[in-house]
Design a protein around this ligand. Structure first.
Ligand code: FE2
Length: 394
């Protein structure tokens, strides 16, 4: 495939993109030529934080009346007990993957709850991972209730890694005690070192400014000289930290090279539920972290589940919310905000060959936009190209 007259992002050069055997090449002997007429062609989106196992389970029995994280968790537990099985899970997961693909996502990192003794969801998700062609799928073994609230949870997490999960998940703020939260972070590093995995945590997803597990997550990486990647999802408590502490801990996050994933759709919905007015927004400090050089991405988190009744699977929706919540709409920030669902997200995912250069994977989104901001403003229909094949659009 040859894409002619592409406006590149962020350099704004007019280039031709030649894709051969799935990768960007110097030449292409294929005769599929698309002239995109100097519109923007961007490298594909990466979705770094989503829960495919709970996508589309929302129905009348699962209405989250309080709108809190806690009620969402208990509704999910009810669903797992009464309805979850491999075939219905597969149907929902594939529907969500197709939605994401059609929006231009070709890399997905999904959490899978591994607190079920049979590991039903994990085993089915592993099968799906091996079958899907249009996305690279990564699995985070996520203990929804923490590691030490139930006696079996840390064993189940370890079993999940043995079964092939890519990332060690944790949620230290959901442990019963502060000490167990600390222990969960150390356990995550121990397991990641033992099985040569990366770490991908739900960290400080609360409005409680006393929740400061991010500092240990960062410091432990430095102390252990841990070579794998470490991602911290949510960090909503940071919204409520005092400015002096926030500044100090953001410096530590930058030094430790932690990848941060903010999920503004769900956190604008779930946070601030224990406030009266004024009500906090509860989205982490994206702008300050970008200023400190932290690699920040934006995630979708949920699609129509007990934590979030909406969700289109479009990274542009999540980015749109982040732009408002922070806010991030200075001309420069707005123009470069796509980085958080393209380059930054691909880096956190560990994508080795990403972008326009020779050898990059041939995954692109062809838009009708003449500049990056138009992509967000107009949300034109998109053509999606995966390894040199058109998988959406004509
Ligand atoms: Fe999450």
């Amino acid at each position: 495939m040859i894409l002619k007259n592409c406006l590149s992002y962020p350099n704004n050069d007019i280039i031709d993109i030649k894709i051969k055997d799935g990768f960007v090449s110097d030449d292409s002997d294929d005769d599929i030529i698309i002239d995109v007429g100097k519109n923007m062609v961007i490298p594909s989106f990466s979705e770094l934080h989503i829960h495919l196992d709970s996508a589309f389970i929302l129905d009348e029995d699962l209405e989250n009346k309080s709108g809190t994280l806690e009620e969402g968790i208990s509704l999910w537990d009810k669903y797992k007990k009464e309805k979850l099985n491999p075939s219905e899970l597969r149907g929902r997961v594939m529907k969500a993957i197709h939605l994401l693909e059609n929006n231009g996502v070709t890399r997905i990192r999904t959490n899978v709850d591994v607190s079920d003794p049979t590991l039903t969801a994990l085993k089915e998700m592993m099968r799906i991972k091996n079958e899907v062609k249009n996305v690279d799928l990564q699995i985070t073994a996520f203990p929804q209730h923490g590691l030490f609230t139930c006696t079996d949870n840390s064993e189940l997490l370890e079993k999940s890694l043995e079964l092939g999960a890519d990332n060690v998940g944790i949620a230290p703020h959901l442990e019963d005690t502060y000490e167990e939260g600390i222990k969960s972070i150390k356990t995550a590093y121990d397991l990641a070192e033992k099985y040569k995995k990366n770490i991908d945590g739900h960290i400080d997803e609360t409005d409680d400014p006393e929740s400061r597990f991010i500092e240990l997550l960062a410091k432990e990486r430095i102390k252990r000289n841990f070579k794998g990647s470490v991602s911290a999802g949510h960090l909503t408590a940071m919204h409520s930290y005092n400015n002096q502490y926030a500044n100090r801990v953001i410096g530590l996050i930058a030094r430790a090279g932690i990848d941060v994933i903010s999920n503004p759709l769900i956190n604008m919905h779930l946070q601030g539920r224990y406030d009266s007015y004024p009500r906090i927004r509860g989205v982490t400090r994206i702008r300050e972290m970008l200023d400190h050089g932290v690699n920040v991405s934006i995630g979708q988190d949920c699609i129509m589940d007990p934590w979030y009744p909406l969700g289109s699977g479009d990274p542009l929706d999540a980015l749109f919310m982040a732009l408002h919540a922070e806010p991030l709409m200075t001309p420069d920030l707005l123009e470069h905000s796509l980085n958080m669902i393209t380059y930054n997200a691909a880096m956190a995912f560990g994508a080795k060959n990403y972008g326009y250069s020779y050898g990059s994977q041939g995954d692109f989104i062809v838009t009708d936009a003449k500049n990056p901001v138009e992509i967000i403003q107009y949300r034109h229909s998109r053509k999606v190209i995966r390894k040199g094949f058109l998988i959406k659009g004509d």
